[in-house]
Design a protein around this ligand. Structure first.
Ligand code: B16
Ligand code: MG
Length: 209
């Protein structure tokens, strides 16, 4: 049995722009500098680890309680953007490619660091398309740790060596490599040249697997 495991944010849907806006709103409120380059470092990284990166630019030291409140605030703003998502936020190309992979006999799963993954998949009507979903609620360590992809493979009952991982984040590609899976880079992840394959468009996956 073979499988393809998809990262969510930046691969299946483009919620990265919402993460950016939400972190920017929090950073502005705290008077901390934040830009696209810093935002790129947050791809695939858990919410609390992302907050630590955002706070690198602050002179102040915050308590754990304050940090939890900041993360909750960011998540509230982020989830506000998610409410507007619909099935139109997933392209026909993505839906067709997923169908063709299943026709070819592949199991398909999501491997996302996000604790909001199921909500997003439900909003864009992809929840029932995947055989399994491993997300931020299933793991202790976020990417670049391989845990989320190993969980997805375990949920599917497929050996890691028989899995492909599609990722837009360098941290995610490293996680896929560490999981002993074959990695396919899209978007930002192509810059690091760490993946086994690169794609220009989503349907190119069909030429690789
Ligand atoms: P949440 P992915 C990741 O999703 C995002 O890329 C990253 O920016 C975010 O901090 C992380 O999920 C946690 O998200 O705050 O919703 O739990 O790319 O692994 O699908
Ligand atoms: Mg991503």
């Amino acid at each position: 049995m073979k499988a393809v495991i998809f990262d969510l944010d930046g691969v299946l849907v483009f919620t990265d722009k919402f993460h950016f806006k939400a972190w920017k709103a929090l950073a502005d409120e705290l008077g901390i500098y934040f830009d696209e380059a810093i935002n790129n470092r947050l791809r695939g990284v858990s919410r609390m680890e992302s907050l630590e990166i955002v706070l690198e630019r602050s002179d102040k030291t915050y308590t754990e309680k304050e940090k939890l409140a900041f993360a909750a605030k960011k998540n509230e703003i982020y989830r506000g953007y998610l409410t507007a998502m619909t099935e139109n936020d997933v392209t026909e190309e993505v839906r067709c490619t997923l169908t063709k992979l299943k026709e070819k006999g592949y199991k398909i799963a999501v491997g996302s660091s996000s604790k909001n993954a199921k909500l997003i998949l439900e909003k864009v009507k992809l929840l029932d398309v995947f055989d399994k979903i491993a997300d931020g609620n299933d793991i202790q360590k976020s990417k670049p740790d391989p845990e989320v992809f190993l969980k997805a493979a375990e949920f599917l009952g497929v050996e890691p060596e028989s899995c492909y991982v599609v990722e837009d984040a360098e941290a995610g590609v490293i996680a896929g490599n560490r999981a002993n899976m074959k990695t396919i880079a899209t978007g930002d992840a192509k810059q690091s040249k760490l993946a086994n394959y690169e794609i220009q468009k989503f349907s190119d996956i069909l030429n690789i697997v």
